[in-house]
Design a protein around this ligand. Structure first.
Ligand SMILES: Cc1cc2nc3c(=O)[nH]c(=O)nc-3n(C[C@H](O)[C@H](O)[C@H](O)COP(=O)(O)O)c2cc1C
Length: 198
């Protein structure tokens, strides 16, 4: 059971994430996701696709051939950063990633993706590969129109859900009268919270 001062912060974050999942313009709809490539941190922007406080995870989608997936298979630790300049709230999550590929969950998720977005998984090249010359990495026939459903399903074999299971959330809200900063710690079913110096 969280103290009421922390419960309010938890409820605020929950609401913000629900809004981000519904509204593609929301500042938390995209976030920076960090992996480690040997000892070098690697960051990239990804789109928030699912969020659950109850089960302490959030998801993004990606291509199994991309360096981030290869990096997470070697070291599953992640850090993720969200910021809203309107709310002046920064959220920094830490935890471990789980990659889902070609299972019942990814099959359901694939159904919810638009044909236009499915093009991103149909590229002939591995994402981030060096190219001899410019190529958009989508097939020529879908450059100006959506693929047929049958055609788009070729992308499914490259499609993965990256699930970020978080165990810590560092919350920072900027305020003239004094910034607010706390850490929420997720352990099994329990959540603890402590104040941090901003
Ligand atoms: C606004 C925005 C949203 C993006 N969303 C995703 C995403 O959800 N999944 C993804 O794999 N790449 C996404 N990208 C591309 C990544 O930032 C990155 O360039 C690409 O995935 C290659 O990353 P990697 O080489 O680290 O694997 C997005 C880029 C931008 C600018």
């Amino acid at each position: 059971m969280l103290k009421s001062e922390f419960q309010k912060i938890y409820d605020d974050i929950k609401l913000l994430m629900e809004k981000a999942l519904k509204n593609s313009d929301h500042p938390y709809r995209t976030f920076s996701l960090a992996s480690l490539d040997k000892k070098v941190p690697k960051l990239r922007t990804v789109v928030l696709r699912e969020f659950s406080f109850e089960n302490s995870f959030f998801d993004c989608h990606s291509d199994i051939r991309s360096p981030k997936v290869i990096e997470f298979k070697k070291n599953n630790k992640f850090s993720a950063l969200f910021y809203s300049s309107e709310k002046k709230i920064q959220l920094r999550f830490n935890g471990k990633v789980e990659i889902f590929h070609n299972n019942s969950m990814t099959k359901e998720r694939w159904k919810s993706i638009t044909l236009s977005s499915k093009r991103c998984y149909m590229g002939p090249f591995n994402p981030s590969d060096q190219l001899e010359e410019y190529h958009p990495n989508i097939p020529e026939n879908v450059k100006f129109e959506n693929p047929s459903k049958k055609d788009s399903d070729k992308g499914y074999e490259n499609f993965v859900v990256i699930r970020c299971h978080f165990d810590e959330l560092d919350y920072l809200k900027l305020k003239y009268s004094g910034h607010l900063r706390c850490k929420l710690i997720f352990e099994n079913e329990n959540i603890n919270a402590v104040w941090l110096a901003p």
